[in-house]
Design a protein. Structure first.
Length: 236
């Protein structure tokens, strides 16, 4: 029997309660350990975000990467090793981003196998886009569009899907934006369902819905993670 994932809100609530309790201990000098110094740190924030992402199976790799980065950045202080944080920041960040890209691309190819239809073509049924320190405008005109994977890190791309048609089998786009953003331009007749986790970022649906969509077969499911970035859906 499949195990039901833990609600990420429960994990976030437990982490906040734990942080509050530790701060109380620090306030009343219950311990000589500098708890406030370790709690209010961007390194601890990385670990906390990673723990929240572990709540869902699809986002465990970014979660493990963020936890690993947080621990790596804390190690010099914890083991009292004299090393400049700036010396390890960029190498650790690059390795973490590399792991995320490799696991997302290989995992997406393994799930879909592309069925002989290479991704990223104008008429392709799938998109597999990675934008790092850059981006661009992509056209999607498939008449059997099934979704794909979008990764934006310090960059982002815009996808024009106005001439595309969704597959009867369903359409799911998996998004990972970190310090970057993506924009989807879709037809007004599509119904959008979001399962996006936003952490210091946001998902915005800027479409003007003129009529209520009832029993729509054109359902686009968007899932993924947005960290210090944005994801925007529009219609013209």
């Amino acid at each position: 029997m499949e195990t039901k994932p833990i609600d990420k809100r429960i994990i976030a609530g437990v982490l906040l309660m734990l942080a509050g309790g530790l701060l109380l201990l620090d306030t009343f000098n219950v311990t000589d350990f500098p708890l406030k110094y370790y709690i209010f740190s961007w390194k601890t924030l990385l670990i906390g975000i990673g723990i929240i992402l572990l709540a869902t199976k699809e986002r465990q790799t970014p979660g493990y990467v963020l936890i690993g980065l947080g621990i790596i950045f804390w190690l010099p202080s914890l083991v009292d090793y004299n090393i400049d944080l700036h010396q390890i920041f960029l190498p650790a960040l690059l390795m973490g981003v590399g792991v995320i890209i490799l696991t997302r691309r290989s995992g997406h190819r393994r799930r879909n196998a592309w069925h002989g239809n290479p991704p990223n073509g104008v008429n392709s049924d799938y998109i597999d886009d990675i934008a790092i320190l850059g981006g661009g405008m992509k056209q999607v005109q498939s008449k059997n569009f099934k979704g794909g994977s979008i990764t934006a890190i310090f960059g982002g791309s815009e996808f024009n899907m106005r001439d595309a048609e969704l597959s009867p089998e369903g359409c799911t786009i998996d998004v990972f934006n970190m310090f970057g953003g993506s924009k989807l331009i879709i037809p007004e007749t599509w119904e959008v369902k979001s399962d996006v986790v936003s952490i210091f970022g946001g998902f915005t649906d800027k479409r003007l819905i003129k009529t209520a969509l009832t029993e729509s077969k054109n359902i686009l499911l968007i899932k993924g993670v947005v960290i210090f970035g944005g994801l925007e859906v529009k219609s013209y």
